[in-house]
Design a protein around this ligand. Structure first.
Ligand code: NAP
Length: 679
């Protein structure tokens, strides 16, 4: 068998390993399969290439351009994933594991592509929150904006997910407009290298957007600046060494850490044996222990059940884990593959022995278990190992030692407060799950354990069919945890993009804020046009373009007709004396919906034209009641435009209704879909 030279991609060139390269062995057979590392890698040239070639090109694109680029990448990766599956077996992963790593990685990138289109503007500046009124008349306002960092993101990843681990960081980074240098863990970097090759060969990425270091990083971290970011995933020990380097501290270089975690799962007091929740709990724990042979940062390391349920839990888990066939992941009979390397196997066995000093082993003997596969005798296989500790309050290692393999400990709790206390002994975790149907238990756990966890996962018979699993970080939800888990936070939709952008508070006049943010701000200059705005195409409309209607008076007959027609005969519209007793109304008033309907009647241009549909109203507020005899008029201004597809885009209009005294009666954002054509 040939030994693969795993290359780096530096400053536009593929670089082969040199004599300093490290050997990489198959997780299944223990044989040498690859080498990676080059001590002469020119890290300055790489940083330069990213900062001066990749960064400017990415920043010239809008969020939507970059989101489209991500979507194209996901399509391309999806078409080429079989190559990644084939190679990835050597890491010890099964086909089911590939679905998490490879399909999960591509899926994560896809979610960022669609969130970029839906939740970010087709512009270069991201607006964070609403305009803040900083002055009485509104001539001086505030707005938070986010712009891309002008450096490079260095991503240092763990070995367990060579594809997902890269893509979950790369997608938000590229969406932000920042180039990345990816450094996968050496033991599985051959899979990451293939994935990077597939992406670069597609021609979709601009030069300098993505580089790869297979092997050591050299002194790259010592050459970073405050415009750069380190995104780290790995052990707490490595994180501490890297983040506490004087250069990182002195320059306030952002360091986002995802590290190891003693995640827990709690069987609710209501979920006794015989309930669907009990069976669900056993299924989730078994899956979390055996997927990726337990090499998952979110895997369940600590299992808590009410004292009376502990014997049932142990028996059920023994039966379930007993069905786990172990061996060559390419064999269809195999349910659990190998650990990544013999070094990792040794580490897991040592850590399991430490846990064994405080707990009794109730399942899994590493010296006596069957392995499927003729060529697998030297592979890094271990069985699932289950421990039982009856005195969790006095245990230390169980709440502190992470055996990064299929190892977990069952422990009793007395009541929910006690369960909270025990779960929190993990000193900050990525995730805890609670299997319960009791809303009070869930609330008590959320209040008590929320501050110690990045994610809490509640499941029961009502949600189990569609639930996503204790161990799955989702691109929509934050992934990370306080304290022991590293204090970092990734994913979480647009929140994850913010690690690669700078938030800046902007203060100035409405015109200045509109010019910077690309969004019309009340008080900014209005643009008037002879033609009605509903006759103008999406592209013809200008931000700030304003249309003012004539006024319309409201009569008692209008109010009564509307009440009769809609069935809304609420007393404030029908009974003057009753309305007067209400602290909000001077007497009988017009319906708010009547005002909205009359407003539409005032501003709509009825002919077939570029306005295709009214898709909603946002931020509607009624400020002042309107009585019979009052007259309202409407002002409509183009606030923001967002292209949606090849044919049309969304126009957000700022709408105000005022009365005969120019007092604000109602205010809202109107959303319409407008064609790119005038007809
Ligand atoms: P690790 O030994 O800490 O290595 C993590 C990464 O750091 C690897 O890429 C490694 O590269 C690199 N590294 C080590 N020393 C370095 C140095 N001096 N300078 C620059 N880079 C350096 O962790 P691992 O064994 O790969 O992964 C297992 C751990 O990761 C477990 O503890 C697990 O809980 C944690 N993990 C956490 C998450 C999460 O999201 N929180 C996800 C997955 C895994 P080399 O391989 O070349 O040494």
């Amino acid at each position: 068998m040939t030994v693969q030279d795993v290359q780096s991609f530096a400053a536009g060139q593929w670089i082969a390993p040199d004599s300093s390269a490290r050997d990489i062995h198959s997780a299944i057979t223990g044989k040498l399969i690859a080498r990676a590392g080059n001590s002469a890698l020119d890290v300055d040239a790489m940083l330069d290439f990213a900062r001066n070639v990749g960064g400017p090109t990415l920043r010239a694109m809008t969020f939507h351009d970059r989101a489209k680029m991500l979507k194209a990448l996901t399509m391309h990766l999806g078409q080429n994933k079989q190559q990644l599956y084939d190679l990835s077996f050597a890491t010890g992963a099964t086909q089911k594991d590939h679905l998490i790593d490879i399909d999960g990685g591509v899926g994560t990138m896809f979610v960022f592509a669609s969130k970029g289109r839906r939740e970010m503007p087709d512009a270069h500046v991201y607006l964070d929150g609403d305009v803040e009124q900083l002055s009485r008349s509104g001539s001086f306002l505030g707005q938070h904006i986010c712009t891309p960092l002008q450096g490079v993101a260095v991503h240092i990843n763990a070995f367990n997910f060579p594809v997902w681990g890269m893509l979950e960081k790369l997608a938000p980074t590229l969406l932000a407009g920042v180039p990345a240098i990816v450094k996968p863990a050496t033991s599985t970097c051959y899979v990451t290298e293939l994935c990077v090759r597939i992406m670069l060969d597609s021609g979709i990425l601009p030069d300098g957007a993505l580089q790869l270091v297979s092997g050591g990083l050299g002194d790259m971290l010592d050459n970073l600046t405050a415009q750069d970011v380190v995104g780290f995933t790995g052990s707490a020990q490595t994180a501490l060494a890297l983040r506490s380097a004087p250069h990182i501290l002195e320059n306030s270089i952002r360091f986002v850490a995802e590290q190891d975690s003693l995640n827990a799962s709690v069987l609710g007091p209501d979920a006794v044996a015989g309930t669907p929740e009990f069976d669900l709990f056993i299924k989730e724990v078994t899956r979390e222990m055996t997927t990726k042979a337990g090499q998952k940062c979110t895997a369940i390391r600590r299992i808590f059940a009410r004292r009376g349920s502990v014997p049932d839990v142990i028996e059920a888990l023994k039966a379930s884990l007993g069905k786990t066939t172990i061996g060559d992941p390419r064999d269809e009979k195999t349910r659990m593959g190998a650990l990544v390397s013999s070094g990792q196997k040794q580490d897991v066995l040592e850590k399991a022995a430490m846990i064994g000093q405080e707990a009794e082993r109730v399942f899994g003997n590493p010296d006596d278990f069957e392995v499927i596969g003729d060529d697998a005798q030297n592979g890094a296989f271990v069985p699932p190992m289950l421990f039982h500790c009856d005195a969790p309050d006095s245990a230390e290692r169980i709440h502190d030692v992470e055996a990064f393999g299929p190892v977990s400990t069952v422990m009793p709790y007395e009541d929910v407060d006690h369960a909270v206390k025990l779960v929190n002994l993990g000193q900050g975790s990525l995730v805890a799950s609670v299997i319960t149907r009791d809303g009070d238990v869930a609330r008590q756990m959320a209040l008590g354990a929320g501050a110690f966890h990045g994610r809490l996962y509640f499941n029961n018979r009502d949600s189990m069919k569609e639930s996503t699993g204790h161990g799955s970080p989702l691109p929509h939800m934050v992934h990370g945890g306080p304290g022991r888990a590293g204090g970092g936070e990734e994913l979480g939709g647009v929140r994850g993009v913010m690690h690669y952008m700078q938030r800046t508070a902007i203060q100035g006049s409405p015109n200045i804020l509109s010019a910077i943010g690309g969004k019309w701000v009340p008080g900014a200059q209005e643009i008037n046009h002879d033609d009605h705005p509903f006759t103008r195409s999406f592209h013809q409309l200008n931000i700030g373009e304003t249309f003012k209607t004539k006024s319309r008076s409201i009569s008692v007959a209008d109010i009564e007709k509307f009440a009769e027609f809609t069935g809304d005969t609420f007393y404030a519209h029908m009974d003057d004396a009753a309305a007067k007793r209400n602290p909000f109304f001077p007497g009988r008033v017009a319906h708010g919906y009547l005002l909205l309907s009359f407003a539409a009647g005032l501003f709509v241009q009825p002919d077939e034209g570029p306005v295709l549909a009214n898709t909603g109203l946002d931020n509607l507020r009624f400020m002042k009641p309107v009585e019979a005899g009052d007259a309202i008029k409407v002002r409509l201004s183009v606030k923001h435009k967002t292209p949606r597809n090849e044919e049309y885009g969304e126009v957000r209009w700022h709408v105000t209704l005022t009365n005969q005294d120019d007092e604000l009666v109602a205010e809202y954002d109107l959303l319409t879909m407008n064609s790119y054509k005038t007809r």
